[in-house]
Ligand binder design. Sequence first.
Ligand code: ADP
Ligand code: MG
Length: 685
Amino acid sequence: MRQVSVFFAILKNAMMLIGLPGLGETSVRDLQRMGILLPEDLLEHYPMRYDDFSNRRLVSDVAPGETVTLSGVITSIASRPVPGRRLTIINAIFSDTSGSIRVIWFNQRFLLKTLTPGTHVTLSGQVELQKQGLQLKNPSFEVQRGQETTHTGRIVPIYPLEASLTQKRLRTAIAALLRTERIVDWLPEEIRHREQLIDLPRALQQIHFPETFDAAEEARHRLQFDELFLYELAHLRSREELKKLSAPAIAEAIETIKLFVQSLPFTLTTAQRKAAWQIIEDMSRGEPMNRLLEGDVGSGKTVAAAIAALNAATAGYQTALLAPTEILAEQHATTLQRLLGEEAVILVTRTHGQDRLPEIAKGEAKIIVGTHALLENKVMFHRLGLVIVDEQHRFGVKQRQALKEKQMDDGTVPHLLSMTATPIPRTLALTLYGDLDISVLDEMPKGRKPIKTEIVKKGDSDFTRIKQELDAGRQAFFVCALIDPSEEVEAKSVTELHDELQKGPLKGYRAAVLHGRMKSEEKERIMAEFKQGNLHALISTTVIEVGVDVPNATVMFVEGAERFGLAQLHQLRGRVGRSDLPSLCFLRPSGFVPEQTYERLRALVECNNGFELAERDLALRGPGDIYGTVQSGFPGFKLADLFNAPMIAKARNAAQSLLKEEGGLSRYPAVRARLGEYVKKIHFE
Ligand code: ADP
Ligand code: MG
């Protein structure tokens, strides 16, 4: 039996997704792949936009160009193939009490069976004027059963989809859930009242099937508040727990660090210096450091991490450095070995360093690099004094928990340093992660040239400038969204692009493919070849999105650029321009690009700075774009807006006042249960 969620309080019948109308086994599997496992996950799969099909008309009243909903009967229906093309046209006549109108669909032969003459149906779509008169083109339809409609005649939700899923299937399933589940509001009445929020059952109903756009907005407001409130609650509670703990006071190894800094092939920026000293000062206190190092891609965060690790090692403490991917862990291990000496650093992944665990347990190894599995696994540390988490969006809650379990014999816990390129303005960051201290690298290393970014026309294959770079001994990244070719998605896959390049423009150049489904050893081998300069080009999925540092690479080519968000494109672009060489970034759309997307790409052309881009992104998204924050990379934020400072402050105050009450959350079992669920969930994201 699955665990019953408080979100639904007492579920009368613990219903799995599989039993829901609209969802067959394949759909359920596809939902699972999207992380939607339980009914509550499905209810949190919010629409990305709506179609306004609320304009109900009579046939006699419609005008060309209007989007309308008509209710009536199919009077005739027939199909005809279009010679020479793989296309079938369905022609139908539809009538209501006021008259008849032609209806046309493309490639939907099953309609002949569904919409037989005499069927009562509601149609929603656009009216066109053709030679033969008015017609309705490709309308959504719904066979009428009673008064309620789900797909027509109202404001209709449009969901993000994958694979076999369709709008109709999702709507049908979600509508059924909303009808049958008893959703209980867990947010305390006082908070709801003070913040003028609608209740949860209504919010969920209205976010999916709004009566009006205002109602959808109210629903969104409530659900955004929930996300921020839970986020703040989790963080504030984790800070309270942290305050009760102590950490080793690590002496500042000033001389050693000075020597190290002098030995670097470059001069530290002022920002790097400042951040490094803030970090080692934190570590010298007996309280656990909880610092976030924020800096745009390429600002040089790794060397600050190296200084912190060196500081700990000098005092005899171990450091664990966690990276989000194996590729990045390997890179960090190599970098740190180069900076701090081969023997000081051990890489531990599924394929590496398993034989060296005893050295770690005995404390002979001082710096241990791996992925997040490092903390969760049974790696035994000797005196773990510092944990560094790179490319971190999670900011602590999960790591805190894991760290507590790494308490040393004397009862102290390690210091924590998180590093991120997520561009959040400092003031906002302070409210958002109130449990963190923040250092910002707001300055790029000297000599960096802005990356020249261009939008390439669809299918354009003028690779002259790319070849010039390769001929000059530089290297190129090519990035696509997909691994394998797909029928459903109009985007090139890694394998297709590899073929295209090797047969055409990059014939004779050495290129290799890299993606997340490859074996670790294989990925590592290819990455190493690329780093050593043995490959001209790497054709890859977004496994190289964060952190990868190959200063000799000067070309980034993003295929299907319209499929990526601004923040993601900025991260990808950050793989080049990491030395004083000039670099190029090409963004090639693989399909039709609507004006708004095009504008997004143009922002990258015009702007090289992550903070500015984040602001532009927000302005471009506009208040109606409810799916925008997905790209923020923040777990648990589906609707919440990272830039909505007033709402963040309100959520924070509400969380604070609840925790301050006598007995804390014990008076609010529903909040506590929801929080537990939330924390558990973000652990798996
Ligand atoms: P990020 O902040 O994106 O993690 P990295 O730490 O990977 O950036 O640094 C990017 C590149 O810049 C690396 O190749 C690094 O060696 C180099 N670098 C770091 N600091 C400096 C500096 N002060 N001057 C010149 N190059 C630097
Ligand atoms: Mg980095």
